[in-house]
Design a protein around this ligand. Sequence first.
Ligand SMILES: CNc1nc2cc3nc[nH]c(=O)c3cc2[nH]1
Ligand SMILES: [Zn+2]
Length: 375
Amino acid sequence: MTTPIRFELIKTCRQTGARLGMLHTPHGSFETPMFMPVGTLATVKTLAPEELKEMGAGVILSNTYHLWLRPGHDIVAEAGGLHAFMNWDRGILTDSGGFQVFSLSEFRRIEEEGVYFRNHLNGDKLFLSPEKAMEIQNALGADIIMAFDECPPYPATYEYMKQSVERTSRWAERCLKAHRRPKEQGLFGIVQGGEYEDLRRQSARDLVSLDFLGYAVGGLSVGEPKEVMNRVLEFTTPLLPADKPRYLMGVGSPDSLIDGAIRGIDMFDCVLPTRIGRNGTVMTSEGRVVIKNAQYARDFSPLDPNCDCYTCRNYTRAYIRHLIKCDETFGIRLTSYHNVYFLIKLMEQVRQAIREDRLADFREEFFERYGFNKP
Ligand SMILES: CNc1nc2cc3nc[nH]c(=O)c3cc2[nH]1
Ligand SMILES: [Zn+2]
């Protein structure tokens, strides 16, 4: 059967084991490791598709739960699917909704058949299941869709995690059965198990036996310390097939992207760049800059002296600080543009370091300059 998603392993970094790959999708082929900007409601907030393209964005995310509520997956389907609806002709990945249910809705009840919860906008009773999550994602038409899973809170007891992993594996099988467009949309499984190595092994074994087109490491970036995330990755990614893409959900900050790539991750997504951009915080090659700080009032240098993005080539810290202080929309466009550009370019540097077998050296240099090594 023709598969809509194919991962091509190009080379492995001799210094770290990180992978350089190519992700082939129905909407183009994109190098990995890659950062995927998040466009929850079918827009990467404040940025136009042309701007995302000029930065080099390949795959962007949208959220099943949010689009189900607004405008409704039926309207997106009538528009011809997400690509047509949002005028984006490269790759799209949709999350399955489980995480949003757990992170947005207090009242929820998890049963074998699915999750009962409240609409976070109006309190209406809602129900999501593996079958419903597949129906919505098949209607939205993303190139990569995610199995419906439970992302347990951190920390969770071993007992809770074990029964959650077993139910997520049963739900994964139901997703495979309910998937109506396997030739056009690649379905990825999501490995759970928290920080428990034997449960991660059990989850990976269950999902790999179901032969998904790609595998996500879920249940992370939920408040656990970075050391826990790194340890979980160290014993989880080797359990996943080397010829399939590995996706670390909800990550992340520059250090986590580099450390995740070193541990064998190919795909990342995070709201960080646009979320912190909206409150005037930017990531630069010399660490974070909170542009509202008075020290930038007369600083006529660019946000990042080592960045060649549209924002850094044309505007100063003083001007952007002024816009953010005055709540001028153009201000958050400039900070969001730079932050997304920064992470996309960071992954370009990571890929180049893998080509040159020096990702550990690059990590050292980047951490030093960004200030991650400061005690
Ligand atoms: C921002 N952190 C974060 N975003 C996530 C999304 C997820 N979706 C499905 N399943 C997950 O386990 C999962 C974990 C996540 N962590
Ligand atoms: Zn810039």
